[in-house]
Write a protein that binds this ligand. Structure first.
Ligand code: HEC
Length: 170
């Protein structure tokens, strides 16, 4: 498991390396050019891009799961099970997105992540434990068994953001 996620991290970094190797075209129009991936700044930037991608997928999947649990969209057992499994997979990819450490421009990662690394990892692990329970309940009892666990599962997101993600200006 650890090795597999390390490999997936390497895969993502490799893709980013290819994209940035394509020159100025690698950076979206209007944004600053990505730093050289062979420098510490470059590696911190790639980790930032990786975790943004992972967090955005997590947001998409938890929105799909939450909408059904709240009765906002009709229950579709297959779609629910897929979103739950995807959410669990992506939860397990979060922690590695914060290594190597660093908060490049645009990042909302707070320095406490790295000064309280054990607690940060514990919060990431708590999410994975919760998504595992959700996936297990879905497999054995479908939506009916899993939906009561949805709210407490996604509370893990806010539980980490409150401490470790910079607030946006309100
Ligand atoms: C262990 C801590 C932790 C957990 C658990 C966590 N997040 Fe995050 N999340 C962060 C941090 C820190 C950032 C800021 C990262 C940065 O900007 O460098 C972030 C950023 C985000 C972002 C903004 C991404 C962007 O576009 O910049 C979204 C959306 C998000 N998280 C959704 C979620 C959802 C949904 C969950 C739960 C399913 C979740 N997160 C669980 C720590 C966590």
């Amino acid at each position: 498991m650890k090795i597999r996620s390390a490999l997936s991290m390497i895969g993502v970094l490799f893709l980013f390396a290819i994209v940035s190797a394509c020159g100025q075209g690698g950076a979206p129009a209007g944004s600053a050019a990505a730093p050289d991936p062979d420098t510490p700044e470059g590696r911190a930037f790639l980790a930032f891009q990786y975790r943004q991608a992972v967090m955005r997928v997590a947001a998409n999947k938890s929105a799909a799961v939450g909408a059904m649990a709240r009765g906002e969209v009709p229950v579709d057992e297959a779609a629910f099970a897929k979103a739950v499994n995807d959410l669990h997979a992506v939860a397990g990819m979060m922690g590695e997105g914060f290594m190597p450490q660093g908060a490049p421009e645009g990042s909302r990662a707070l320095p406490e992540i790295w000064t309280n690394w054990a607690d940060f990892e514990a919060k990431a692990a708590a999410l994975t434990t919760a998504t595992q329970a959700l996936a297990d309940a879905t497999r054995t009892g479908g939506f009916a068994a899993a939906s009561p666990l949805v709210q407490s599962t996604v509370q893990n997101c806010g539980g980490c953001h409150r401490t470790y993600r910079m607030r946006t200006e309100e």
